[in-house]
Design a protein around this ligand. Sequence first.
Ligand code: PLP
Length: 426
Amino acid sequence: MKTKKSQRLFEQAKKIMPGGVNSPVRAFKGIGGNPLFIQSAKGASLTDVDGNKYIDYVGSWGPMILGHTHPQVLKAVQKTLKKGSSFGAPCELELLLAEEVCRAVPSIEKVRFVNSGTEAVMGAIRVARGFTGRKKIIKFDGAYHGHADYLLVKAGSGATTLGTPDSAGVPVEFTEQTAIAFWNHLASVEVLFREYPDEIAAVILEPVMGNMGVIPPKKGFLEDLISLCHQHGALVIFDEVMTGFRLSYGGAQSLYKIKPDLTTLGKIIGGGFPVGAYGGREDIMDLVAPLGPVYQAGTLSGNPVAMSAGLETLKILRKKNPYKLLEKTTQKLVKGIQQAAHSSKRNITVNQVGSMFTIFFTDQAVTNAETARQSDTAQYAHFFHYLLNQGIYLAPSQFEASFVSMAHTEKDIQKTIHASRKATIF
Ligand SMILES: *Cc1c(COP(=O)(O)O)cnc(C)c1O
């Protein structure tokens, strides 16, 4: 596969952009080699600047559940764009998307739109602190909630010590209000509530972990976690930036039939444009400015072009209800890959929920960040590059989710399974 143009652009980009990219995981550091520069995308495929075509299982890290350049979304965007791209004043599209989101996600009574998942999480945590009058939050080891200072945290040295910065430039004081618990391990949350009674404003979680690779909750874990939080007067924030409109129309919370107090959304609700949202119980959301004292604002928030892309995407998802089919297609894919590994006596663990999946190169069950970290990242890198060479684009890191979209065909799935069978790593 020739990638000369991508390589040349990457060399140029590195001279004027840190690492040549605008978001670190794009740089292929997790699997080695140079990133591809993408020229265009359509349906389930990407075409790079050298003219190579790939079956895309990244989908812009989740948003492209309909596939790329969906004609109805394009049409909606073009129509909106002609009327103006930003007003800094209310427009009806914001209301329409808000109605669509509130109807879809049962726990969201009121919603505020922002421009990214990071912003959505920052807003949700601020309003949770404003509502409870408490400072501390709990997050889970390995979960990603965007790049706010106090969320770039790694576990402290003991079970109840507070987190320490996981990035340069984050003062230790900023992470002192964040405690780390362990996924699928309720006792690790109980310990923190005992250590810091009446201090914890909220627990934030990805209801299906996606940012350490896919790690589902154990049966009953989410229910028990919610009751534990409420027992201690803390709020529960589901970060559904990835899982919202991905695992079901109402997100993970509809799939598992449970209700958090607050929810954050992003990715799919922007239909490929920069959008985030946070919402939840009305009595909590009414604290947000201008109605209440919790300040949060955005020049481009509720941008009409992004709203129309999101609205059209959600309407298509509501009408088509593709979730069962997506799950079946993804099951077929991961089964095929598992069989390929099995027939060459390789041990892999594939975690899948709906159309999200991760192939972990470990023979252990992956139930939390610690077990995920046992994976052989060099083997994943080898597998990734083998498939890439065959025109298949998986998540370029062991610790990320890959996604199946509505545009993936039976032929795409079979081609991917076939390539996996031939993969030398297997
Ligand atoms: C992607 C993601 C974010 C961050 O969203 P950005 O739009 O990249 O800021 C936050 N939380 C979760 C669960 C995500 O998957």
